[in-house]
Design a protein around this ligand. Sequence first.
Ligand code: IPE
Ligand code: IPE
Ligand code: MG
Length: 233
Amino acid sequence: MPEHVAIIMDGNGRWAKQRGLSRLKGHEEGARSVLAVLKAAKKAGVRFLTLYAFSTENWIRPKEEVDGLMNLLALFIDRHRREFLENKIRLRVIGQIDRLPGGVQKKLAKLIDQSAKDYEYTLIVALSYGSRAEIAAAAKAIARKAATGELDPETITEETVTQHLYLPDVPDPELMIRTSGELRLSNFLLWQLSYAELYVTEVLWPDFREDEFYQALEAFNQRGRRFGGVVTH
Ligand code: IPE
Ligand code: IPE
Ligand code: MG
């Protein structure tokens, strides 16, 4: 079983379009998939789940859609706060959180704090997240330490970079799922996914539920992971 699964939740707009609904209806149905997959991951014993909910690039979408997504996020936290706590799910976030509306930031901070003490599972939500921005910020932090003499540039290793990313203590995802068939990473966890198994399904995110998640885990279990070595079995 992978310890960490990351998902690019894509296809909400297409799901809505197929039904003659507004894109926002697609995002609403997508939020139900979030809950279903969160429960399925817990059941399967996946300790870390990272969901790509909003990218740095998504800010260019129409204001109405961006506002709708932010409202949906706030609503999701209010509605499911108790479930997070009862199911021992810790909430964490990655991304440029200071760009989110103040009200959303407050709700996030509250649940992050409430869920931080007693947990078994971790949900990481990528919000206003861009991997290149994350890596650039890490480079800046490392350069600053080098400039002040806190760090000797000759000692910089891959681990140093990892230690300056948003969540240095979280293991890399072993499996990355993308829904709705697109074969790209869209600026998601470029460093952390270096050796992840990739699983792309045509299923649109609002239709991706427990069974589809288990199918992805099943596919992962069939993969021969070699990490550059030779096949041993
Ligand atoms: C994913 O669905 C949700 C977000 C990116 C916020 P999309 O909104 O990208 O759906 P499509 O790709 O237009 O179908
Ligand atoms: C990636 O989906 C971002 C999220 C799922 C939040 P997009 O729909 O924004 O990606 P592109 O535009 O297909 O690359
Ligand atoms: Mg999309």
